[in-house]
Structure formats: C-alpha cells, structure tokens
Design a protein around this ligand. Structure first.
Ligand code: HEC
Length: 326
C-alpha cells in the first residue's frame, strides 16, 4: 500500500461512518423510546413531569429520523436537531436535579411524581434521567456529524457549520457545539458518580444522629400501634419532614392520599394493623404493581424512591404516621 492510498483510506472510512450516523441516531431513539415504555408500562414506574417533556421530544424522533432515512432526506437534521437539542437541555436540567446539584429554589418539579425518584440505579449512579441524557447526547452528536451521502447544494446548515462562521477553520461551529455537548455530558456523569459516592451534605435526616433511646424506638414485634404518645416529638417532627420530602408527592401533604396515586395513610387500617417492624419492612421494600396484594396497580417505590433513606428516617416517618392515626 502506498502512502497515498493509506492517506485516502482513513478519510474514506470516516466518511462512510459519517454518512451512516443517521442510522445510529435512529437506533438510539428507538432504544430510548422502547426502554422508556418498558419502564412505565411493564415495570410500572411513574414518569415525572420532566420525564414527560423528554418523552414528548424523544418519541417523535423514531418516526422523524425513520422517515428521513426512508426518503433519503439530506436535510433531515433540520427537523431532528431542534427536538434533540431541546431534549438534551431538559435532560441536562433533569440530571443536575436528579444528582442534587440544583438548589431547592430552582426546582420546577415540586408537585406530582418526584423528579429525583431513583427507579433504577445501575452501577450505583445510572438512573433513568442519565439514560435519557445519554440518548439525546448521542442523537445530537450523530446528527451534527451526519454527512448526507451526496451533499445537497442548498444545505444551509452545512454552509453555516462549515463556512460562513469561520471560513478559515471549516467546521469550527460544529466542533465547538459538539465539544460543549460532550464536555457537559462528562461533567454530568462526574457529578453523578461523585454525588452518589459522597454522602449528601444535606442528609435526609437533617436532625443529625438520633442518639437518645426514646428517639429511636426499639423495633419490637409486639409494639402496640396506638402508643403514639410514646414517640418523641422531635422524632415525629423529623418524620414529618422526611414524609413531606419523600412521600407527600404520592400520599399528599397531610397523608390524605392522592387520587390514582398513593393511598391515604390517615385513618389507615393498613398502618393501624401493623407493627413498626412490619411497616418498616413494607416501606423499605415497597410494592410492585403486579404484586398480588397491590390495590391500585400503581407502584409504591421502596423507601419512597430514595435508597439513601435510612432506617432511622423510616422509623421517624412511622412515628409521624402513628401520630396521624392516633
Ligand atoms: C411514587 C409514589 C409513591 C411514593 C413516593 C410513596 N408511595 Fe407509598 N404508596 C404508593 C402507592 C401507589 C401505594 C399503593 C400500593 C398498592 O396499590 O397496594 C402506596 C402504599 C403505601 C402504604 C400502604 C397503604 C395501604 O393502605 O396499603 C404505605 C404504608 C406507604 N405507601 C407508605 C409510604 C411512605 C412512608 C413513603 C415515603 C417514604 C411512601 N409511601 C412513598 C405510592 C407512593
């Protein structure tokens, strides 16, 4: 092989790769859509409001990229990129929120299904928002670098990306946008890994370790449910705090229940009939929709969807529930 042919094969390989990137984008959109439907329709996970916005932007991509491929539309990226970039932005916000990097006052997900619910946590940090963000990143990068096999003369974006903005350095804008997207993606992943490895600076149990023996009731199998008076008021206050953060979105602010979501936990026979130990076990495990005991067919996520909840936190919530039911 001569030097010349060697030089030619490399660009040709990258060219072939680039002319096929729309297939990669389509496969990624299909996997994301199928995965998201699997999580909600098969596993019964409940999509939060930010999840819905990402779904609105992801689902059509399967059809739009697909039709673009079928029609060999050289300008497919014009209608793909607006959706994928918007989805990427929503995904960026959702991930920062999910990993606790957004201060409370900038939370837009304050009612309905909590956006921080950890339905899955693969490798200790990969949640559903991480998967969505990965998909939007991959689709956006693929479509930015996608090169139609025959270059259309009137490819406006190509002009913008390649020539008009920086004639001296072709592809300057494309490279900068791609770099920005890639760097932001890596930063989010690092934040994710670090946030899950380092205990949160604001522990769920913000009252600090509960030390006195009255504050942490012994988990006794025989504890009578209506001993609410024996629970330390401080424990109950902590329980209320944990409840409002972790349970109220589904069970209502005062545990009165939310229609078609969490059952009422006041005047609750379920709560009254069970010992603290039984409630602790139930709240820790949760209940999946296909459990024979499920009453609503809606998932009750273990620990309210926050694996970081400690046994003490849950015992405090139980103390709070006892008071509500006394
Ligand atoms: C994502 C929504 C959601 C969150 C968050 C949630 N729950 Fe639930 N919970 C449910 C649903 C739905 C049910 C009903 C399950 C069924 O149909 O059996 C339920 C059932 C329960 C029950 C049994 C009630 C009964 O009468 O059968 C208890 C107790 C309970 N939840 C406690 C909690 C506590 C404590 C927390 C917070 C740590 C919490 N839940 C967080 C959705 C939620």
């Amino acid at each position: 092989m001569t030097d010349q042919t060697q030089q030619e094969t490399l660009p040709r390989f990258s060219q072939i790769a680039q002319t096929n990137l729309h297939y990669l984008a389509w496969a990624q959109a299909l996997i994301a859509t199928a995965g998201s439907l699997f999580f909600s329709e098969v596993l019964g996970f409940l999509p939060c409001i930010l999840c819905w916005y990402q779904r609105i932007l992801m689902y059509p991509l399967v059809l739009i990229i697909g039709v673009g491929i079928l029609l060999r539309d050289q300008r497919a990226r014009y209608y793909i990129l607006p959706l994928s970039i918007l989805g990427w932005i929503v995904g960026l916000y959702h991930n920062l929120l999910y990993y606790g990097a957004i201060p409370e006052e900038f939370h837009i997900c304050t009612s309905g299904i909590p956006c921080e619910t950890r339905w899955i946590e693969w490798l200790g940090f990969v949640g559903i928002p991480t998967l969505s963000f990965t998909a939007f990143t991959a689709i956006t990068l693929a479509m930015l670098w996608y090169q139609p096999a025959e270059n259309a003369d009137d490819d406006v974006l190509e002009d913008v990306l390649e020539e008009e903005t920086a004639p001296a350095q072709p592809g300057y804008l494309r490279k900068s946008i791609s770099a920005l997207i890639a760097v932001a993606y890596v930063v989010v992943i690092v934040i994710g890994v670090v946030s899950r490895a380092v205990p949160s600076p604001q522990p769920v149990n913000s009252f600090g370790p509960v030390s006195s023996s009255t504050a942490t009731p012994e988990v006794s199998e025989t504890q009578s449910p209506d001993l609410s008076a024996s629970y330390d008021p401080e424990l109950v206050a902590l329980g209320q705090q944990v409840f409002s953060r972790q349970c109220s979105a589904c069970h209502g602010q005062n545990a009165q229940g939310v229609p078609n979501l969490g059952l009422p936990l006041v005047d609750s026979q379920f709560v009254n009939d069970r010992t603290d130990a039984e409630l602790l076990e139930f709240i820790t495990t949760g209940r999946v929709p296909n459990d024979p005991q499920s009453q609503t067919g809606v998932i009750m996520p273990g620990k309210g969807g926050n694996p970081a909840l400690t046994e003490d936190d849950i015992l405090a919530v139980i103390a709070y529930l006892r008071l509500l039911n006394s």
